[in-house]
Design a protein around this ligand. Structure first.
Ligand SMILES: C[S@@+](CC[C@H](N)C(=O)[O-])C[C@H]1O[C@@H](n2cnc3c(N)ncnc32)[C@H](O)[C@@H]1O
Length: 252
């Protein structure tokens, strides 16, 4: 039997890698790195390589990189585009496990943040097994999420007393009436969905590139800070080619 570990590595700061993740890395024969295309995306790979250099230990290991497919943004049907992308990725992941690991070996994917939060790897490996691939078993090593770094930086609890917390995406937030949102974490937002929350008096706790030396933080009423957030988003995009940001919207 082959073993595959999905190791959560935190959101970019090597000091946020857990002891369990480090101890697991030291048992790995082959690390699989999926390369995303796009300007500046090589820095995501650089973080993973840095983590390996720091923590993977003296035991010999191989690093195998593969190009990660991109979602076809031309497809007007979002759900269909995501399924196509997922299937392509599934084939690549399945081939890596089949061709790059021998019987009894241990492989690992270094997963950004925590593998359970808006990441497809757990689903991909489960799906491969449901499709009949019985040659590997897998484990999940939890990691610190970008959401935890966001709340730590702003020194706020994730939920207020006896209050629900919702985790959603910029796309899904567009279908919700702002007045119905009391406390929501918003991820994967490429459309500044927070802007609709200016008139309802919501506050925003925003962070970009959390855990990196270029980390940006802004907090305040949406009506007052929305332009400043947009300015930071533009500045980071101009500098890096991409930006990852997460925020909490809260009714006062
Ligand atoms: C595909 S999801 C992966 C989330 C990841 N599994 C986690 O636990 O944080 C990517 C989204 O996570 C958020 N994110 C991840 N890393 C971040 C960071 N360093 N700073 C701010 N947001 C981040 C952004 O909302 C981004 O669009």
């Amino acid at each position: 039997m082959k073993t595959v570990h999905l190791i959560g590595i935190g959101p970019g700061d090597p000091e946020m890698v857990t002891v369990q993740a480090i101890n697991t890395m030291k048992t790995v024969d082959v690390f699989f790195l999926l390369e995303k295309a796009g300007r500046g995306k090589e820095s995501l790979l650089a973080v993973r390589r840095d983590i390996l250099e720091r923590y993977a230990g003296e035991r010999p290991y191989r690093v195998v990189t593969a190009a990660s497919p991109q979602r076809n943004r031309e497809n007007p049907n979002y759900a269909e585009g995501v399924i196509e992308w997922r299937d392509e990725r599934l084939t690549i992941i399945g081939d890596l496990i089949a061709n790059e690991l021998t019987e009894g070996q241990v492989g690992a994917f270094l997963v950004w943040g925590d593998p359970s939060l808006y990441d497809g790897m757990i689903e991909s490996l489960s799906l491969l097994q449901r499709q009949g691939r019985q040659d590997f078993d897998f484990t999940v090593i939890p990691g610190i999420t970008s959401v935890q770094v966001l709340t730590a930086r702003h020194r706020i609890p994730l939920n207020r007393i006896a209050e629900t917390i919702t985790i959603t995406t910029g796309r899904l937030l567009e279908d919700v009436a702002p007045a119905d949102v009391t406390n929501a974490v918003v991820m994967l937002d490429s459309r500044q969905a927070f802007r609709r929350f200016a008139e309802t008096g919501h506050e925003v706790y925003w962070g970009a590139l959390l855990g990196s030396p270029d980390e940006r933080l802004i907090a305040g009423p949406v009506a007052e800070v929305a332009d400043a957030i947009e300015g930071e988003l533009e500045a980071v995009r101009a500098q890096n080619g991409w930006v990852m940001d997460t925020y909490i919207l809260r009714k006062p």
